[in-house]
Design a binder for this molecule. Sequence first.
Ligand code: AMP
Ligand code: GLY
Length: 420
Amino acid sequence: MNLLLIGSGGREHALAWKLSQSQRVDRIFVVPGNGGTATMPKCENVHIDVTDVAALRHFAHTRDVALTVVGPEAPLVAGLVDAFQEAQIPIFGPTQAAAQLEGSKVFSKRFMQRHHIPTAFAMTFDNFDEAWPYADDLPHLPVIKADGLAAGKGVVLPQSRMELQDALREMLVAHRFGEASTTVLIEERLHGPEVSVLAFCDGKTVRIMPPAQDHKRLLDGDHGPNTGGMGAFAPSPLAPPELLAEIERTILQPTLDGIAAEGSPYVGILYAGILLTDEGPMTLEFNCRFGDPEAQVILPLLETDLLDVILACVDGRLDEIELSWRDEAAVTVVMASGGYPDVYETGKPIHGISAAEDVGCIVFHAGTAGSNSHAVTSGGRVLAVTALGGSLTEAAEHAYTGVEKIQFEGAVYRRDIARR
Ligand code: AMP
Ligand code: GLY
């Protein structure tokens, strides 16, 4: 069977890595892919613009693609799944309507309110002159969220009234994120630890994955600017089985039921960002795809054939599948270019990937070009070095053994992933 995989990050390398293990997979075309997918057995990078839907459909037809898997949110929110479904090409991911759970924070908040899914209280504003007096009057500093996709920069947690006013002004007056911030949420700030719970969905049934945690800040001890994620681990000890069952019962299943009842059954990966408060688990956000770097720790723990699970989702028979997970822990450490998440240089030769693999690490490429022996940096997040172990401590030690084998000029990484 030939597959088409959309995306270019560490998440997509992990998806390709796992899918290529399936006996039934002959070929995986990755659009556009990276240095890792370029040289993986069964994989081939294809240079098509991921927003060029006609070209993607044409490619799928002419290359006998039996299934398309979408990694990132942007093509989902733009309606790639709808376009493929119209052409009757099987594809795994939510439709544009269902992907609004991530694509519009206002839609998502109202949806949760309609369906009594636990989430922080929030009000919606599209006008600074109304938003500011409301926000200024609140007893505690709130969280400000741009409605639309803003490349991970649309959520502001102001530390002062001044920052609060600036955030509102930037979004509602200066239109910092264009269309994405013409409407904002002013949301109650919650306190507690955060955990990510992802699930496979076929429109009716959810099958949850081991809970994961990521490290969003650039520097050790959760300092420095927010990033796409500097590391992750699973399973998270914060969500033992009973709590996970509660999250499935109060958040994931009602979301799937609710969106189906509204006429947009959700097929794909549903990712719930959850804050564990004293009042119970509360939903901070939904993503309509695998996390990056969460995929790089969750997929290595999955024993079941990923193709079987995805096909069951697409065919609406996920209830027939029981997932099996390794009784181990996984840790991934992201190695990034110096300067990330702001300006950074690329084209730096990367050494030691094979040496890290020789000590048993799985090195997922993110921003790389070339091949393992001649890889160069081509993005902010460059590699995600993953390892398994009997415990989180063991997996972390193992991952760092791999990280220490790898060098490229300006490499930065956190030393405290899964170690706190
Ligand atoms: P989001 O993209 O909505 O998950 O927000 C990004 C990050 O902001 C989350 O991972 C949280 O750390 C933080 N955050 C978002 N909403 C809240 C909230 N209501 N209370 C506290 N922290 C929040
Ligand atoms: N690591 C967070 C995300 O993928 O949204």
